[in-house]
Ligand binder design. Structure first.
Ligand code: ZN
Length: 141
């Protein structure tokens, strides 16, 4: 568990709100994501599943793509929060695909990634560098 500031608590709250809109009839695992870009704008996303699983959009990707669509190709993530179902036993950080996606659009490798405990009262924080220390592909970042 970590101490969080008001801004981070706000991002968790917004992620929890958008999590309710997830379309997850196959996994029954609703996820919400909310990020703040370096311009100070806030973007949210939820997972949107598809019966052809490869067409599923993860919440983090949804939020990042919305940031790019709004601000353009040079937009960068300053901090990102996710929320997971309250039935979960422990907090989870973004999956490997999302870690790769975040790394492409991050401000720097030290950006904080927040994940709430299912109870919603506590938060775990790790840097993207901790979660994704070795890139396996060429990236502009
Ligand atoms: Zn993911």
């Amino acid at each position: 568990m970590n101490e969080i500031n008001n801004e981070w608590a706000f991002l968790i709250k917004k992620a929890r709100e958008v999590q309710k809109n997830a379309y997850a009839p196959y996994s029954n695992y609703n996820v919400g994501a909310c990020l703040k870009s370096t311009s100070g704008k806030i973007y949210s996303g939820c997972n949107v599943e598809h019966s052809l699983y490869t067409l599923t959009t993860h919440a983090e990707v949804n939020a990042i793509d919305t940031m790019i669509a709004s601000e353009g190709a040079n937009a960068r993530i300053e901090v990102l929060a996710i929320t997971i179902p309250k039935k979960s036993e422990k907090p989870n950080f973004p999956c490997g695909l999302c870690r790769a996606k975040i790394s492409e659009h991050m401000k720097n490798p030290e950006i904080p990634i927040l994940t709430s405990f299912p109870s919603g009262d506590l938060v775990r924080i790790a840097s993207l560098e901790e979660l994704y220390p070795h890139k396996s592909f060429k990236s502009l970042n």
